[in-house]
Design a protein around this ligand. Structure first.
Ligand code: AHR
Length: 493
């Protein structure tokens, strides 16, 4: 069977904002403690951060990391994680029923981010706290004034401001599970006043307001409208979150969910534009898809975990090959919306629904989903072109006419390399790729890397870390997309 992939150098979507390759570290499970931070580990650096984990993070090319939550942030006092470590309080952490030791806070995390070649995307607590604590945190992080919070940072050993440019106004505030969740009107009001104060303290920052926690929320749509109507002058982005899982063992249905993600983005874009029109303003609100991933494998085992432990092994999904194909497919969706999605965070980064896993006192390794993320983040930089993929469709119980093949194309800034990301969702068909690359005379295919294999359930784990890895394919006789595979294909001049 043939897959015709067409694109034209003149038909662009937009420049890819590198921040769509962001990720997320929450004080949850073993993300921080016994994840990025394990002071007794043989790989620990002077601050207790694992160098082997940092190496894996650096190879992923993650330009921004959201911190410190997530649900965690809605009960968090940021001051607890600053200053002398022996004076920091141990606290009951209500979002994940754990004990938080506060040995890592913003003082340490901004240093970790530097070592990971990344920036921090900071979230403020709009659950148990509000505008006053948020503006104090902006002062602590970003100001050089001779005032109380900037001075506290200096006393804590950080003469230079951290310079955090991107901030989230709370997290999933529409969720009944959220500590001090809010109605749309309550959130709209507090987010507006918090945003005003944060920008008065540092006008150079950008702000993300909470959209719905997912497309299935009963208030989806009205939540976005209410929040946008109030916050519009003060915010820059509206957030989206989405997790998908193959709970019924129906891979065709699972792969089709990337189309739901696409539709979610389109719907939120439309709501933003509706409010823009109502307001008669030129200002465009862009999107921050700041939590997305596959998440379902660990749901049942997490119910067995006893509460009030330090760093319990929560949300430790072990990802298989089909999850890698799905993650690659979701990245294609993000690229094809790069004109509006300017920030996106794979949730999360280490141990907690993560591309990187660690053993306490042991190794760190890459899960299956690490690879499509790494290749897309590394080579998906430049200008995204509109792509049309013609390879037939399939139907499922919940979806009709799902394209067998979906793709994104990115032209590098120097125009030397055109990189295609293609997913073949068909469970049975292999496709011969027929490229119709208008405006790319003199370019030829030089490389194909694929995540493919017979066994969609195959995983990487501590015993077999390289069980599922990308394969480099021979392109001499043309390009083929194996059944249920994710692929990166590069053309060079
Ligand atoms: O990423 C795990 C959790 O999922 C986050 O804490 C929350 O924001 C979402 O519900």
């Amino acid at each position: 069977m043939k897959a015709t992939i067409s694109f034209n150098k003149e038909e662009t979507i937009g420049k890819v904002d590198k921040r769509i390759y962001g990720s997320f570290i929450e004080h949850l499970g073993r993300a921080v403690y016994n994840g990025i931070y394990e002071p007794d580990h043989k790989e620990a650096d002077d601050l207790g951060f694992r160098k082997d984990v940092l190496d894996l993070v650096k190879k992923l090319n993650v330009p921004i990391v959201r911190y410190p939550g997530g649900n965690f942030v809605s009960g968090y006092n940021w001051e607890d994680g600053t200053g002398p470590r022996d004076k920091r309080p141990r606290k009951l952490e209500l979002a994940w029923e754990s004990i938080e030791t506060n040995q890592v806070g913003i003082d340490e995390f901004q240093e970790w981010a530097k070592r990971a070649d990344s920036d921090v995307m900071m979230a403020v607590n709009l659950g148990t706290r509000g505008p006053e604590e948020a503006r104090q945190l902006v002062e602590y992080c970003n100001l050089d004034t001779d005032t109380v919070y900037a001075n506290k940072r200096k006393e804590n050993g950080f003469e230079k401001p951290f310079g955090i440019k991107l901030w989230c106004l709370g997290n999933e505030m529409d969720g009944p599970w959220q500590i001090c969740g809010k109605t749309a009107n309550e959130y709209a009001r507090v987010a507006t006043e918090t945003a005003k104060m944060m920008k008065w303290v540092d006008p150079s920052i950008e702000l993300v307001a909470c959209g719905s926690s997912n497309l299935e929320m009963p208030t989806f749509g009205t939540w976005e409208k209410t929040v946008l109507e109030a916050t519009y002058p003060y915010i820059d982005y509206l957030s989206l979150h989405s997790y998908y899982g193959n709970r019924d063992g129906d891979t065709a249905e699972f792969f089709a969910k990337a189309v739901d993600m696409d539709s979610f983005i389109t719907q939120v874009e439309n709501i933003c534009d509706e409010v823009k029109a109502e307001k008669g303003t030129d200002k465009q609100i862009n999107l921050s898809f700041d939590e997305w991933n596959v998440w379902y494998h660990s749901n049942d085992q997490d119910k067995e975990i006893e509460p009030w432990q330090i760093a319990p092994p929560k949300l430790e999904d072990v990802y298989n090959l089909e999850d890698a194909v799905m993650v690659g497919s979701m990245m294609i969706v993000l690229l094809n919306h790069c004109d509006r999605v300017k920030v996106a965070c794979l949730a999360q980064l280490v141990n907690v629904i993560a591309p990187i896993m660690t053993e306490v006192g042991g190794d760190a390794w890459a899960q299956t989903i690490y690879y499509p993320f790494m290749y897309t983040s590394t080579y998906g930089r430049g200008t995204a072109l509109k792509v049309s993929c013609d390879a037939g469709t399939y139907d499922t119980k919940e979806h009709t006419a799902i394209p067998n093949v979906d793709g994104a194309a990115v032209l590098s800034e120097d125009e030397k390399t055109l990189t295609l990301f293609l997913v073949n969702r068909s469970l049975s068909e292999e496709f011969d790729v027929d490229l119709k690359a208008c405006g790319f005379e003199g370019y030829k295919v030089v490389k194909q890397v694929a995540m493919e294999g017979e066994d969609l359930q195959a995983v990487n784990d501590a015993a077999n870390m390289n069980n599922v890895v990308p394969v480099e394919k021979c392109v001499e006789d043309g390009v083929k997309l194996s059944a249920h595979s994710w692929n990166m294909i590069q053309l060079e001049k």
